[in-house]
Design a protein around this ligand. Structure first.
Ligand code: HEM
Length: 422
C-alpha cells in the first residue's frame, strides 16, 4: 500500500462509485470523454463496494487507449501480482480466484505456458469443425423454440461448452461451474446478490467453483484423458507437479475468463448488427472476407471486460501525474475503446474500421488474453449461423449487470419469427 503525503484531490468526475456503473454506457462515456480530453489519468476515490475494508487512499484511473497500452506493456512498472480487480479482495480469495492472472515475471510465464498450447491459432483451427457444429446445433435449437432468452439459449451455450470440452469437464458439472464463475464477476449486482452480502456472493461462487475444480482434478488424476487438463496433471513447474490447489485455481480462472466474456460479446454483438442493419447487409454481401474485421469491431463495441488493475512497482510518471510506488492504476478498457484519438467517430458501429487498435483483450503485454483466438473463432461461427439462418431475428432490450468489471448481459429477449414449439 502506498504511503503518500501529497494525496491529490479526488477528481470531480467520479468514475469509481457503483452509481456511476449503473449509468448506461453512453452516459458513462460523456464522463469518460471529458477525462480523456482533459485529464486522462485521474485520481479517484476507492470503490464503495469493497469486499474488504479499503486500505488504499484512492486510485489512478487511466482512460485513453494509448495510456492503457503503455501501462499494459510495462509490467516492470505496473505489476499484476498485487491483484487485478478494482476492489480490495482478501488475499486468500485472490490467490484462489486469479491464478496466473495475478502473477508476474517468470512465475506468470511458466504457469501461462502450461495452458497456452491449447489456445494457439493452430490448435483452435483444429477444433473449428467442432465449434461450427456447436453453433449449428445452438441455432437449430433456437429455431425450434422460436423465442426465449438469448443469453441462456444461445450466448451462454457456446463458450461454456467449448472451453469445458477443451478441458474435458464432464457435462454434469458444466452449468453449475459456469454459474459459480458468473458469481465472481457479478457480486455487485443486487439481482445476483439476492439479499446476500457481496463477500458472501463471492465466497459462495469461489467455494462452489473450487470444489468442482478439486473434484475435477481428482477425476483427471484417476482417469487421465487426452486433453489439456490431463496434460496439466503431468506437468512440472520448477521440478514439482502442480498441486490440486494450483489446478483448482487455474480452473476457477479459466472458467471465469472463458465464459462470461464471449457470452456477452455474442449477445451485444448480435444486437449491434440488428441495430445497424446497413452493417449487417454489408457483412452478408461477403461474409468470409468481412467477418474478421467485423469481429474486431464487435469486440471494440462491446468491450465486455471494462476494467483491470495494476499496482505501481516504483515511483513513476504517467501523463504528467506522479504515481507513487504501491499506487493502484486501473485501466478503463470501456473508455479506451471509445477514445476519439484512436477511433474516429467512436460511437459509430463500423465494421470497415481499419485499423482497429481496440483494447478489448487488454492493451498488450504479458497478460494479453490467452483465449483471444478461441473467442474469435466462436464469434465467427455464431454470427455465421445466426445471420444466415435466422433472417427475422429480433432482440429486445438487454438487461445489463451492474458492476465495474464485466459489462455482462443478464437477459435478452429473442424472437426468431418462427412458429413456437410447444
Ligand atoms: C470476447 C472474449 C474475451 C475477452 C474480451 C477477453 C478479455 C480479456 C482481458 C481484457 C484480459 C486481461 C488482459 C490484460 O490484463 O492485459 C484477459 C485475460 C485472459 N483471458 Fe480473456 N477474454 C475473452 C475470452 C477468453 C476466453 C474464451 C478464454 C479461455 C477459455 C480466455 C482466457 C483468458 C486468460 C487465461 C487470461 C489471463 C492471461 C494472463 O494473465 O496471462 N479469455 N482476457
Amino acid at each position: 500500500m502506498t504511503d503518500r503525503h501529497d494525496q491529490p484531490e479526488f477528481d470531480v468526475i467520479d468514475i469509481s462509485s457503483l452509481s456511476f456503473w449503473a449509468l448506461s454506457p453512453e452516459e458513462r462515456d460523456v464522463r469518460f470523454a471529458e477525462l480523456r480530453r482533459t485529464r486522462p489519468v485521474s485520481w479517484q476515490r476507492p470503490v464503495d463496494t469493497a469486499l474488504a475494508e479499503s486500505q488504499i487512499p484512492g486510485f489512478w484511473a487511466v482512460t485513453t487507449r494509448d495510456l492503457i497500452r503503455e501501462v499494459s506493456t510495462h509490467p516492470e512498472l505496473f505489476c499484476s501480482g498485487e491483484g487485478t480487480q478494482l476492489e480490495e479482495i482478501p488475499e486468500d480469495f485472490r490467490a484462489v480466484a486469479e491464478s496466473f492472472l495475478a502473477m508476474d515475471g517468470d512465475e506468470h510465464l511458466r504457469m501461462r505456458k502450461l495452458m497456452s498450447s491449447a489456445f494457439t491459432p493452430k490448435q483452435v483451427k483444429r477444433i473449428e469443425e467442432q465449434i461450427r457444429r456447436r453453433a449449428t446445433s445452438i441455432v437449430d435449437r433456437l429455431l425450434e423454440i422460436g423465442e426465449g432468452d438469448f443469453v441462456e439459449n444461445v450466448s451462454k451455450q457456446m463458450p461454456m461448452n467449448t472451453f469445458y470440452d477443451i478441458a474435458g469437464l464432464p457435462q454434469e458439472y458444466r452449468d453449475e461451474a459456469a454459474h459459480h464463475a458468473d458469481g465472481l464477476a457479478s457480486w455487485n449486482d443486487p439481482d445476483v446478490a439476492a439479499g446476500r452480502e457481496p463477500g458472501q456472493v463471492v465466497s459462495d461462487a469461489l467455494l462452489g467453483n473450487l470444489s468442482i475444480g478439486l473434484e475435477f482434478a481428482d477425476l483427471t488424476r484417476k482417469c487421465p484423458r487426452d486433453d489439456v487438463w490431463s496434460n496439466l496433471i503431468q506437468a512440472e513447474v520448477d521440478g514439482r507437479k502442480l498441486s490440486d490447489d494450483d489446478l483448482a485455481s487455474m480452473f476457477v480462472l479459466m472458467s471465469f475468463a472463458g465464459n462470461d466474456t464471449t457470452r456477452t460479446t455474442i449477445s451485444l454483438g448480435t444486437k449491434a448488427f440488428l441495430d445497424n442493419p446497413d452493417q449487417l447487409t454489408y457483412l452478408l454481401q461477403d461474409f468470409d472476407s468481412r467477418i474478421d474485421a467485423a469481429i474486431e469491431e464487435v469486440l471494440r463495441w462491446v468491450s465486455p471486460i471494462m476494467t483491470f488493475r495494476r499496482t505501481a512497482t516504483q515511483d513513476t510518471v504517467l501523463a504528467g501525474r506522479r504515481i507513487h510506488r504501491g499506487d493502484w492504476v486501473v485501466m478503463y478498457y470501456a473508455s479506451g475503446n471509445r477514445d476519439e484519438n484512436a477511433f474516429p467517430d467512436p460511437w459509430a458501429f463500423d465494421i470497415t474500421r481499419k485499423p482497429n487498435p481496440h483494447v478489448a483483450f487488454g492493451g498488450g503485454g504479458p497478460h494479453f488474453c490467452l483465449g483471444n483466438f478461441l473467442a474469435k473463432m466462436m464469434l465467427r461461427h455464431m454470427f455465421d449461423q445466426l445471420f444466415h439462418r435466422v433472417p427475422n431475428l429480433t432482440l429486445g432490450n438487454p438487461e445489463l449487470l451492474i458492476g465495474n468489471f464485466a459489462g455482462a448481459v443478464k437477459r435478452l429477449p429473442a424472437f426468431t419469427g418462427c412458429p413456437i414449439a410447444h
